[in-house]
Write a protein that binds this ligand. Structure first.
Ligand SMILES: Nc1ncnc2c1ncn2[C@@H]1O[C@H](COP(=O)(O)OP(=O)(O)OP(=O)(O)O)[C@@H](O)[C@H]1O
Length: 716
């Protein structure tokens, strides 16, 4: 999904500038489906490239300056960076550097056949002076100081851990000397009592180490769980501060996978890290003890350890690439499961169980292919590591045995060396796991950081007003808006509108004319590209986001019912709902009958894990939620369209008195909802084409009249 922006980032890097992926994603107007060639070219121009997209034949492609971005298999973007003797050199964001023969390249690139010539799509990019003038972004490095900040709170415990480590290692250090004395003194002098004493000492040592280990595990569990919860909480806090447009571009699976990935940071913290730190400490100490016993063996050990580490490091880049692939497939997998469960009704209605299951299976096949690649990479790495390690062991055994035969070493010395080699082997093996876990944790941190780096809806440091002006009418002035995403058509084109204070304004218009979009801009889910919105004399953007939304009671078309009691669904923001406000809201929204009919009344659970409710009931609960808030501004988007005529009449009557003195905007198709509005505007293709009240507009016999004609004839 990120292939387009990644290609552009790679090309910017090629010309010497580091540009953050997120910046390119934002500039290219990425959405859930990814990004288009137009989006990449727009982003490229914004960062200072001259760009030209073209359909080219293979021969024409050889003439242009490389690198360029090309459309691949009609679903992917890659970089073509060289063509030599009919070999095409590709940098694929998903697979790395790959060479293709002319035929292979042709099959993946060519997408159009035009007047007998076959063409593919390429985006040529050359840096303009503006590209070099601007500053690149700082590297997206998220170092472990991020984790250290979380650990700092537990510094006492961390110190205790390190003390434990020291004691454990010291205890362990004594063991080889005890072993040697058993053989060299105890056995040689046939002194069984000495051996008893040494064995008792050894048992005490083991008991001591075991206790230290146990305590260490408890401390670790304590620290890691808390750190883990803090990291996830911070992630959620951040997520909730992000603008709505972020959720337009991210798939649910992507966000879920980022949170799942967090487990890797936890297991890094709890699992191998501290153990490895301890082991490396042991490793260093024992290596010196080894040097004390035998310098040759020490050097063999040293060289093989360096080799081993280099071998492990050599695989890190490929592991990283595979991990990004894994993330991509796993998040798609998550999204697909969420969709399958959420869309079960439509799946059954359209008998598309098989298609949907196949789509899911297709993803599983992708996951399997990934697992195969990942396993084989892991095995190659393991095999090499095994050879280096075992080769070293065999060589050391040979040398030690030879030294004993030659009389240079006692039998006890040999046993001590074998013990030490055994002791240092395990940290070396742990190192492999550690380096990998470190890399995993780092990648996961980077992914969390990608979110942490995004700008909040309400950035800290900017001062917002937390008070409404005395004049509270809303003024939309020459408002223009296009949804983020390349190639999107403008939705609002120069809207001028006065929403009078304390009055009801209705917006009507054909489906897709931009009615909901006006509400979304009023709620500041998006920023208009041109024009402004004012509340009295204050620009809307000067008001705090939270403060402003607090003043608004909103029912959107896709309002959400939480899996909770009816009372908590109405008073969502209150820990303890106010009973009198609750009763008022229930009365206005006409849900008294429904609540009375339920055995648990207001405490009945509804939503995903509770009682099912009808669309009309859902709308009434959403209206009650807006009423409970007792707001100054009310925005209703088709809030009563699922209600029966009776219910609607009662609610509209109730709302009429509730609306008094409040500034109300209702979007509706139903005449019954809009006809009493003080002001009605008719929207068509993002422009206001008529405005007035019901009588004026019906007399005009224009667009409004035609929109509601059928309902008028029916005498509604
Ligand atoms: N998140 C989005 N990204 C891109 N385009 C969008 C998005 N949301 C809406 N649009 C487009 O904006 C246009 C206006 O949508 P809007 O929801 O404002 O229409 P509407 O008048 O409220 O329609 P309806 O009466 O059907 O609810 C539509 O063409 C729609 O496709």
């Amino acid at each position: 999904m990120d292939c387009g922006p990644t290609c552009l980032r790679m090309i910017a890097k090629y010309y010497g500038k580091n540009i953050r992926l997120q910046r390119i994603r934002d500039l290219s107007g990425i959405n859930r489906e990814g990004v288009s060639m137009l989006g990449i070219s727009e982003a490229a121009e914004k960062i200072g490239f001259r760009s030209q997209g073209a359909k080219l034949t293979l021969n024409q492609l050889k003439e242009i300056d490389l690198p360029c971005i090309i459309h691949w298999n009609q679903n992917h973007f890659v970089i073509l960076y060289a063509i030599k003797k009919d070999i095409y050199y590709i940098a694929d964001p998903g697979k790395g550097l790959i060479k293709y023969t002319k035929n292979e390249f042709y099959n993946s690139w060519i997408s159009v056949h035009n007047n007998g010539s076959s063409q593919g799509i390429a985006l040529m990019l050359s840096p303009s002076p503006q590209f070099y003038e601007q500053e690149g972004d700082k590297k997206e490095a998220l170092d472990f100081s991020f984790l250290l900040r979380y650990l700092y709170k537990y510094k006492q415990l961390v110190i205790q851990l390190f003390v434990g480590l020291g004691i454990g290692s010291l205890l362990q250090l004594i063991v080889p000397f005890l072993t040697q004395s058993v053989v060299d003194i105890g056995i040689n002098t046939r002194n069984l009592n000495f051996i008893y004493i040494i064995l008792i000492a050894q048992t005490m040592l083991f008991l001591g180490r075991m206790s230290v280990d146990f305590i260490r595990s408890w401390i670790l569990l304590h620290i890691s769980t808390r750190v883990n919860i803090s990291i996830l909480t911070d992630f959620l806090i951040k997520l909730m501060k992000l603008p709505m447009s972020f959720f337009d571009t991210k798939m649910t699976g992507d966000i879920m996978q980022r949170m799942n990935d967090q487990k890797r940071i936890e297991s890094f913290l709890t699992g191998s890290t501290l153990n490895t730190i301890f082991s490396v400490f042991n490793l260093v100490v024992f290596t010196f003890v080894l040097a004390y016993y035998n310098v040759n063996i020490f050097f063999i050990f040293l060289i093989s350890s360096v080799l081993y580490t280099l071998w492990v490091i050599a695989f890190l880049k490929r592991r990283r690439k595979l991990d990004f692939k894994r993330f991509d497939i796993s998040s798609k997998n998550q999204s697909s499961i969420v969709q399958l469960i959420g869309g079960m009704q439509e799946i059954k209605l359209n008998n598309c169980e098989r298609q949907k299951r196949w789509e899911w299976e297709h993803l599983q096949a992708g996951l399997f292919r990934f697992s195969v690649k990942s396993l084989s990479l892991g095995q190659i790495q393991q095999a090499g590591a095994f050879f280096i390690n075992e080769g070293k062991n065999i060589l050391i055994t040979f040398l030690v045995a030879k030294s004993v035969i030659d009389g240079q070493l006692t039998l006890g010395g040999m046993m001590a060396i074998q013990y030490i080699v055994g002791q240092v082997n395990s940290p070396i093996e742990q190192l492999l796991g550690f380096i990998q876990q470190l890399q995993d944790a780092k990648i996961s941190l980077e992914r969390l950081n990608e979110i942490h780096e995004l700008e909040d809806e309400e950035p800290v440091g900017r001062n917002f007003l937390h008070e409404l002006p005395s004049q509270k009418g809303i003024y939309l002035n020459n408002l223009h808006f296009t949804y983020p995403g390349a190639g999107n058509e403008p939705v609002l084109k120069g809207i001028d509108l006065n929403i009078a204070e304390g009055k009801t304004t209705a917006i009507v218009g054909m489906s897709g004319s931009g009615k909901t979009t006006i509400l979304k801009l009023l709620l500041r889910f998006y920023l208009p590209q041109k024009g402004d919105i004012k509340i009295g004399a204050t620009y809307l953007e000067q008001l705090g986001f939270g403060f402003w939304r607090n003043q608004c009671g909103v029912v959107m078309q896709d309002g959400f019912i939480f899996s909770d009691t009816i009372a908590k669904n109405i008073a969502v923001a209150d820990d303890y709902p106010d009973i009198s406000k609750l009763q008022h809201a229930i009365k206005v929204a006409n849900i008294t009958d429904l609540i009375d009919s339920l055995p648990l009344g207001l405490n009945t659970k509804i939503g995903a894990e509770g009682n099912g409710i009808s669309q009309g009931q859902k709308q009434r609960i959403l209206i009650a939620r807006a009423v409970y808030k007792d707001p100054s501004y009310i925005f209703f988007d088709e809030a009563t369209n699922a209600l029966d005529a009776n219910n609607e009449r009662v609610i509209m009557e109730n709302l009429e008195s509730f609306f008094k003195g409040r500034t109300v905007v209702v979007v509706a198709h139903r005449l019954s909802t809009v006809k009493n509005a003080d002001h009605i505007i008719v929207l068509d293709k993002g422009q206001i084409i008529e405005e007035g009240n019901h009588t004026e507009l019906t007399e005009q016999k224009g667009a409004y009249f035609h929109l509601v004609k059928n309902q008028l004839e029916l005498g509604n």
